[in-house]
Design a protein around this ligand. Structure first.
Ligand code: HEC
Ligand code: HEC
Length: 385
């Protein structure tokens, strides 16, 4: 066993991630508005996409290739392999688009293997050039489309795993054969509609995203990646007897549980200290740590178990800071969800059925600045805190 070495390489990978920070948001909230600035919203959305992409590339594609020779290939269904990281992202974007929440994203490069992944417009090309030169700074712009105003942001896409580099450099159709680990290989374009705010100075239009809309975007990505991972990776590879999901995925050289995929990505997002977070919770948790943390979460779980069509949401306070929180239902979308939980010795419930609500995803978004509760009655609007 070389667990020590493997753990070391894990911490190195994590360290690598930590030294590629997201830039601080420059925009501030207006004191009167409840909305989130578009560039901050884009940071949150990108952080979720990137965390899932990183977990998939490092803990699945890289690790299983090295440990058991399980590859990621373009024809993953026929080959009984893992989908490519780009295919994982594109399937997820496709599912998010089908939800019609307004959010869209894609992967692009100035050296695309597939020419459809090249920049579609001049401004996309400019954006890719900009993040190549300045990888920690996203490139943002606004487009007016009829009545809709769309905010666009391109973030650099780095070679976060060894296989990114070895596969692209060896690919016959790759126009660049010299990628190195850590290089910017392309960009992720994130696009969503924004609403105009009438500010004190109307001459300069400002835009915002409502917190409930941003929570919907974040949840849509989480649900899409969770569905694709469960159906196209875990359930398929289990049926084909290629691999299986286990709590001890690291020692057993197998697949992470769907919950571990989500929770590991959530840890990565937390390490960026952007302020927002998300968790997977349940009224019947296998791991007591995933139980409802407070009354709000308990009501939320009860509410979505009864009416899964809409999230349970509200404003909560953590100390002096208000948060928008929303609990979304987490359903048994595949038979493997049900069979594993029902058979698990630590599960408090053994009669889950397919499509039943098994728990919830809770998304928390910080609102505005800290508020001095004691000073609320005579709130000084000119506070520059
Ligand atoms: C096993 C091979 C393989 C691995 C591993 C892989 N890629 Fe790719 N990548 C591809 C192929 C093939 C495409 C084109 C897919 C298509 O037809 O859309 C692609 C597409 C892309 C694109 C869109 C532009 C283009 O080249 O078409 C980017 C950006 C990209 N990959 C970056 C990465 C990064 C970053 C990683 C690691 C996180 C990675 N790739 C891992 C094979 C791979
Ligand atoms: C192979 C077993 C397995 C599969 C498959 C599986 N789970 Fe889990 N799930 C677990 C375990 C074990 C935990 C506890 C993980 C931890 O320690 O945090 C868990 C955690 C959860 C939680 C958080 C509450 C809790 O029980 O700790 C939810 C909700 C959940 N799973 C739902 C699902 C859904 C929905 C699916 C299918 C998309 C699924 N699970 C697939 C084993 C599994």
């Amino acid at each position: 066993m070389c667990t020590g070495v493997r753990l070391l390489s894990l911490s190195c990978l994590l360290a690598l991630l930590l030294i590629i920070p997201l830039p601080e948001s420059s925009a501030e909230f207006s004191e009167s508005s409840v909305g989130i600035s578009p560039d901050k919203a884009a940071h949150y959305i990108h952080a979720v996409i990137k965390a899932n992409r990183t977990i998939y590339s490092q803990y699945l594609v890289d690790r299983l290739n090295e440990a058991v020779g399980l590859n990621a290939t373009e024809n993953w269904e026929q080959d009984k392999t893992l989908p490519l990281p780009v295919q994982f992202l594109l399937m997820s974007a496709e599912q998010v688009r089908s939800q019609e929440v307004g959010l869209d994203y894609k992967l692009m490069s100035l050296w695309p293997i597939n020419e459809n992944n090249g920049p579609a417009t001049e401004i996309e090309r400019d954006g890719l050039l900009s993040v190549m030169g300045n990888p920690d700074e996203p490139f943002n712009w606004i487009v007016k489309e009829g009545k809709r105003v769309l905010f666009n942001a391109i973030y650099s896409d780095r070679a976060v795993a060894k296989r990114c580099v070895s596969c692209h450099n060896a690919h016959a159709k790759s126009p660049n054969k010299n990628f190195k680990v850590g290089d910017v290989m392309g960009g992720i374009l994130v696009q969503f509609p924004v609403a105009r705010v009438a500010g004190p100075d109307d001459a300069e239009a400002r835009y915002q995203v409502l917190p409930e809309v941003l929570a919907d975007y974040i949840h849509a990505i989480l649900e899409a990646d969770r569905t694709i991972y469960t159906k196209h990776v875990v359930q398929r590879l289990e049926t084909e007897k290629v691999s299986y999901a286990s709590e001890n995925w690291w020692e057993n050289n197998c697949l992470l549980l769907p919950a571990q995929f989500l929770l590991n990505a959530s840890d990565l997002v937390q390490s960026l200290r952007l302020g927002f977070d998300y968790r997977l919770i349940s009224l019947w948790p296998v791991n007591p740590h995933n139980g409802a943390a407070n009354e709000f979460e308990r009501y939320g779980l009860e509410s979505v178990a009864e009416s899964p069509r809409k999230p349970y949401s509200g404003t909560t306070w953590v100390g002096r800071r208000p948060y928008f929180q929303a609990v979304y239902p987490d359903q048994a979308i595949a038979s493997t969800c049900v069979s594993c939980h029902n058979a698990h010795p630590r599960s408090p419930k053994h009669n889950f059925k397919l499509n039943e609500v098994m728990g919830g995803i809770v998304v928390s978004i910080p609102l505005g600045q800290e508020v001095d509760l004691l000073a609320l009655p005579g709130l000084d609007k000119n506070s520059d805190d």
